[in-house]
Design a protein around this ligand. Sequence first.
Ligand code: FES
Length: 270
Amino acid sequence: MRIAGPSQPFAATGRRDQWWMAPAFTLIGLITFFGYLTLRAFNPKYVWSEPYISPAVAPPVFTSATAFPGGVPVDHAWFGSFPSWWPSCVPQTPALILPALAIAFRATCYYYRGAYYKAAGMTPPSCAVRGISRRYRGETTLLLFQNLHRYTLYGALVLLVSLWWEGLSAFFLHGRFGVGVGSMIMVINAALLTGYTFGCHSWRHLIGGRYDCFSCDGRVGATYRAWSLSSWLNARHMAFAWCSLVWVAFTDLYIYLVASGAIRDLNTWG
Ligand code: FES
């Protein structure tokens, strides 16, 4: 394949396929779903309909009983109401504390980096296509923050445990077991996020990728199996990234519609 040289104009390429479709759809998807979740993070109305809680605000470290209609009740937040020292210029939304870690985790994800470098940065927009003319500097200067990914992973693991807890708790209303459409949606959300998190490159490295040999030090058993599973998920990381992102937004939307009374949740509680 002929590669576009540095003197050629933007988007010059010898490719004859529809190379622009992937970055275009990626850009539309990123703007749509990250935009929706950002709006919900700053305006989290109707995020609670017992026993359901939106992943946009879960886990709630603090909550405000009055800042937004349909907010998380004070007794469901880890530390109750927002403290008096909370700056008045910052919205009292639970999304700005732990759930924000999920944004940091995704924003620094190796897959998403490649996606938004191509789709939004056009550096270049696709393989063998001339990008916006600028000198390539790699992930230096401001982009050094991408190195935080291995640390945001730990926050994502805490979030995952919390989302499984919330998902399984959604099968109990006032201590009574039951099944609702919302319960199923929340558990699928936790499962997809599990697939996304355990296919993470940093996780794969952490649990086995850093070893040169699995049999040299007696680690063949559980470590190798965990690494193999992570490798399987890693090969499907893009699919899990999109499915989990879409499902987080869908879960939030469903709970919004139920909490606001726009639709009725089908469940066994009656
Ligand atoms: Fe995508 Fe870590 S590389 S979540």
